[in-house]
Design a binder for this molecule. Structure first.
Ligand SMILES: C[S@@+](CC[C@H](N)C(=O)[O-])C[C@H]1O[C@@H](n2cnc3c(N)ncnc32)[C@H](O)[C@@H]1O
Length: 187
């Protein structure tokens, strides 16, 4: 895997998914900390791109008890792992969609919020991915991009901000620092 800009590595192999569920990962960014950063209304329609085995998905689904969390991943094996994890936690307000972030099989303007963690650097065309998300978000909807230290494909904060602005978003708030951060932007 190369971390060079413009040379996306492609999807992380699902056989490595257990690394994403490592208990010490919470020291870098816990699911509850991410849920606080997203600060979702309880009835929100939320899209998570590239949930992998669902490390963050459980907490986010719990934060929207009257809403729905849609999980979209290009690897069905990842979706199956996420589904098992969510069902084990008794969570029902989730939909599972196999698909490509660059061609979302979803309706325009249909989401209040979307988020991705450690995914942007895996997309062969990050700008195209952000435009697709712009299409499916409602006007004023939230797009939250998180990158994490240790991910070989992670993009630096200045580059994520520039990509968001070029795709037509207004950057609203940044959390964290160094190579682990969340950028919240509005469509
Ligand atoms: C490094 S994992 C991160 C998983 C999870 N967000 C986390 O932080 O634990 C990246 C995920 O993005 C997915 N992915 C990569 N390229 C994608 C694409 N073009 N469309 C949808 N999902 C994609 C991968 O299959 C994988 O599940």
């Amino acid at each position: 895997m190369s971390g060079h800009h413009g040379h996306a590595a492609g999807p992380m192999p699902y056989t490595r998914a257990r690394h994403l569920l490592h208990p010490l990962r919470g020291l870098i960014l816990s699911p509850t900390a991410l849920a606080r950063r997203l600060d979702l209304p309880p009835d929100a329609a939320v899209l998570e791109i590239g949930p992998g085995p669902g490390y963050f998905s459980v907490e986010i689904a719990r934060a929207i008890p009257e809403g729905t969390l849609w999980l979209l991943d290009i690897q069905p094996e990842m979706l199956a792992m996420a589904q098992e994890r969510l069902e084990r936690s008794g969570i029902r307000n989730v939909r599972y969609v196999e698909g490509d972030a660059l061609r979302l099989p979803l309706e325009a303007g249909s989401f209040d919020a979307a988020f991705l963690v450690a995914v942007l650097g895996e997309l062969p065309d990050a700008a195209a991915g952000l435009s697709e998300l712009h299409r499916v978000l409602r006007p004023g909807g939230l797009l939250s991009v998180t990158e994490q230290v240790g991910d070989p494909d992670a993009r630096p904060l200045h580059e994520v901000r520039r990509l968001l602005e070029s795709a037509g978003y207004t950057v609203e708030r940044t959390f964290g620092r160094g190579r682990t951060f969340t950028v919240n932007a509005r469509r």
